[in-house]
Design a protein around this ligand. Structure first.
Ligand SMILES: *[C@@H]1O[C@H](CO)[C@@H](O)[C@H](O)[C@H]1NC(C)=O
Ligand SMILES: *[C@@H]1O[C@H](CO)[C@@H](O)[C@H](O)[C@H]1NC(C)=O
Ligand SMILES: *[C@@H]1O[C@H](CO)[C@@H](O)[C@H](O)[C@H]1NC(C)=O
Ligand SMILES: *[C@@H]1O[C@H](CO)[C@@H](O)[C@H](O)[C@H]1NC(C)=O
Length: 455
């Protein structure tokens, strides 16, 4: 009865997806031809590589649908032949739901994700790759993927206030240094053994623009004139550090109290109020009305005793790590000193700051972290290609059974679908999930996902 309808419905969806995939295939080759007509031989080679990647993805989708079709057919045939028996057997609702969930909906969903990737691929990659190859440094490499990695992408939404750039420069293989010879020369201009200039921010500019890692130097890094011992470990987590332990010369504010005050919020929009310890103390311990903030105790309870080490890939002052420390979990917090001394703040709280950019391959080995929490860095200004490289890197360092906590990600409502597919492409299990409006045309998204073992 009803169950037949659902199965037929499944077949109908499959047929629709099937025609969709033909549509994308046609669309891709059409574009491909157009581009090929106008481009040189090198670009032609690029397109062939793109076509191969595309063909592989399509095959993946078609295989899934093929298996699904066969499975539905074998399920359907006995039902048709033996309707009476089917009714007598009266498979329970939950059995049938299980069947639908495991054998129909999930495969359909992964087919959907794969198709979505193809759609993105033709929208972003094919278009962008047509503009690749102008830079002689980039052209010294052969690998298409490497060239894509090295070509900076425009932000999804204008200039990024955090990095103050219009593009994302994916660094970590040093090529950015070529385009910033002057700055790098200046950075390496010092007297051996003397005090360095007060130039950490020049180094940071180099890193943010892809000249990374920086060379070592043989000058002495400057500290604050008067360095006091930090607060004792029994109180350092939640006590405002002493501002005299920081060099303030490159900041508007000259102490932590100034950073915690409301007047300077515009300096670092990604974590408004994050230097205000009274506010910070309230984070991750209570549900909010929108249920967009998960509670740390609930998250840890999902894997009691299993979450021991992790990474906070965020913009902030280490509060997430502080909260986790209270639960005996060791968290390393990424931090750049953009507009405020985030690294010093985190360290003075007795936590570990990790000085890396968004663009950097994370300095952890594959499948090592129990937990990755991310808040603030990846928000919807990041272009999809850059975020895709980041997501694959997060997936790389997260261990099987580890948790990925996407915390208050936000983007334009119209971009949500595109970001969703980036987050869900690995087929992680959803433990918690919430979407809530942020403003008229922006939405928040939080998700707690578990990586499965791919072997
Ligand atoms: C199927 O089972 C339900 C209860 O589990 C029962 O109400 C219903 O009558 C059964 N139908 C048939 C055809 O046996
Ligand atoms: C490719 O990019 C150009 C601008 O760079 C845009 O005008 C064009 O519509 C894009 N093509 C596709 C297929 O997205
Ligand atoms: C923390 O420890 C120090 C030294 O052991 C002690 O003087 C101080 O009173 C302690 N503070 C709190 C809040 O317990
Ligand atoms: C937050 O939760 C704690 C218990 O975990 C409760 O005592 C406190 O009143 C809550 N605070 C708010 C602001 O809801």
């Amino acid at each position: 009865m009803g169950s037949h309808h659902i199965v037929f419905g499944g077949l109908f969806i499959m047929a629709s997806i099937s025609s969709l995939s033909m549509f994308y295939l046609a669309r891709f080759f059409m574009q491909n031809e157009e581009i090929c007509m106008h481009s040189n031989r090198l670009n032609h080679a690029n397109e062939v590589l793109d076509a191969m990647a595309m063909a592989a993805r399509l095959k993946q989708v078609l295989d899934i649908m093929d298996r699904l079709g066969a499975k539905l057919e074998t399920t359907l045939q006995p039902m048709e032949k033996n309707q009476d028996k089917f009714h007598r057997d009266n498979i329970s609702r939950s059995e049938f739901n299980n069947f639908l969930e495991k054998d129909v909906i999930r495969p359909l969903y992964s087919a959907y994700i794969a198709l979505k990737q193809i759609q993105e691929y033709s929208r972003i990659e094919v278009n962008k790759s047509a503009t690749l190859g102008g830079d002689p440094v980039i052209n010294t490499f052969v690998s298409e993927e490497l060239k894509k990695y090295m070509t900076p992408n425009d932000n999804q939404v204008g200039t990024n206030k955090l990095y103050e750039t219009e593009k994302i420069y994916r660094g970590t293989i040093g090529f950015g240094c070529v385009s910033m010879k002057k700055e790098l020369d200046e950075y390496m201009d010092y007297e051996i053994g003397s005090n360095c200039k007060d130039d950490w921010n020049l180094g940071q500019t180099l890193i943010v623009r892809g000249c990374d890692p920086l060379p070592r130097r043989r000058c002495l890094a400057r500290a604050s004139k008067l360095y006091l011992k930090p607060h004792s470990i029994n109180e350092s987590l939640w006590l405002m550090p002493d501002g005299r332990n920081v060099r303030w010369s490159n900041y508007q504010c000259k102490n932590f109290e100034c950073l915690a005050s409301k007047d300077v919020e515009h300096d670092f929009p990604p974590c408004t109020g994050c230097f205000d310890m009274e506010k910070e103390k309230l984070r991750w311990i209570n549900h909010t009305v929108q249920h967009i903030d998960f509670v740390i105790k609930d998250v840890l309870a999902l894997k009691a005793g299993e979450i021991r080490i992790g990474l906070d890939f965020s913009v902030g002052t280490g509060t997430f790590a502080a909260r986790m420390r209270e639960q005996d979990v060791t968290i390393v917090s990424t931090a750049m000193n953009l507009g405020a001394p985030f690294n010093e703040m985190i360290a003075l709280r007795g936590l570990i700051p990790l000085y890396v950019t968004l663009n950097e391959r994370l300095p952890f080995f594959d499948n090592t972290m129990d937990l990755i929490h991310t808040n603030g860095v990846l928000d919807g200004w990041t272009d999809l290609k850059s975020l895709d490289f980041v997501m694959f890197d997060l997936d790389r360092v997260l261990r099987p059974g580890g948790l990925l906590w996407i915390d208050r990600f936000f983007c334009k409502r119209k971009d949500l679908d595109d970001y969703l597919f980036l987050f869900l492409q690995f087929g992680y299990r959803k433990h918690m999930w919430a979407v809530a409006p942020k403003s008229k045309d922006e939405v928040y998204l939080s998700g707690l996902l578990e990586k499965s073992n791919r072997g």
